[in-house]
Ligand binder design. Structure first.
Ligand code: ZN
Length: 298
């Protein structure tokens, strides 16, 4: 396993972590100033700053994208909504390509309408069929431009409104069904990556008794991204109360050892949504703490 205690070469910052403090161009320059070599930005932040401007800024600073957040949200009840979701995912793939991202992360969606508080039906199996079909269609376009898609299984507490893919096993079943060869796009570092793989976020999967076995099943071709933060006890908000690494109950080094045992050698991406704590602090303090905890708790 790589030794992170002496440096932060493999630290990436998911830009949601300091989104309350800074716009994206400032986040890029603050990361560059601290020797942070990678980020994973969100589409709304890129749109606000301007896609071409951010692409140029990344080139100038040499900062890489460990991922791009996000595509997905496939389930729908009308043909028009289905088509709109696919169009939006095609655009997300193209933006990821322009930014030379390692992968486009997919938060696949749950019951249609549930995120807005009005689920249009209760058929989670139908939603999962929509997800399978939506990924299949998006994968065709992604392959054509050479962009990998990373399905992010989300904790089951989000099954209704954000993602009805909830375990690594379920995500890998989709990968095997839709991308059986596992061959595909060439990553930004020249590493062979599957066209369809997974983004493994310790926050979502740490509790899973099958986690180690499913990481071994994934292999490094399908492990496209590794996200870290911590699970706080108690957790006060389902979405925006993630902890800094080391402040909660996830044995992050153990999970990283499993991931690296299959050959994963990419970035460890810090992704913290924290309305009542980290989003209220100075952005520089948050980044400096991410660097320190990357060394001591990842
Ligand atoms: Zn994540």
């Amino acid at each position: 396993m790589r030794d992170f205690s002496t440096g932060h070469r493999w630290l990436s910052i998911n830009t949601a972590t300091v989104r309350a403090q800074w716009p994206l161009d400032r986040i890029v320059s603050e990361c560059a100033a601290r020797g942070i070599r990678a980020i994973s930005p969100w589409r709304d932040q890129v749109a606000a700053a301007g896609l071409d401007k951010i692409a140029a800024l990344l080139r100038d600073t040499g900062i890489e994208l460990s991922g791009y957040c996000r595509g997905g949200m496939f389930p729908a009840t009308t043909a028009a909504d289905r088509a709109a979701a696919l169009d939006d995912n095609r655009r997300a793939v193209d933006e990821a390509k322009t930014l030379n991202a390692a992968c486009l992360v997919l938060v696949v969606g749950g019951l249609p309408g549930a995120l807005a508080g009005h689920a249009e039906h209760k058929d989670i199996a139908a939603a999962r069929n929509d997800v399978r079909d939506g990924i299949a269609a998006t994968l065709e376009h992604a392959r054509s431009v050479g962009m990998s898609l990373a399905i992010e299984p989300l904790h089951p507490m989000y099954a209704a409104d954000r993602a009805c893919v909830n375990t690594l096993e379920q995500a890998l079943d989709l990968c095997d069904a839709l991308d059986p060869s596992g061959a595909g796009a060439l990553g930004v570092e020249g590493r062979e990556r599957a066209a369809l793989g997974v983004a493994l976020d310790v926050y979502h999967v740490w509790w899973d008794p099958k986690l180690q076995a499913q990481i071994a099943r994934a292999g490094c071709e399908r492990l496209l991204a590794f996200h870290v933060c911590d699970w706080l006890t108690p957790t006060r908000d389902l979405l925006n109360d993630r902890g800094m690494m080391g402040d909660g109950v996830i044995d992050i080094p153990r999970i990283r050892s499993w991931v690296e045992a299959v050959g994963f050698d990419g970035y460890s991406e810090v992704e913290i949504f924290s309305a009542e704590n980290w989003w209220k602090r100075d952005g520089g303090e948050v980044l400096d703490t991410c660097i320190a905890r990357h060394r001591s708790a990842v």
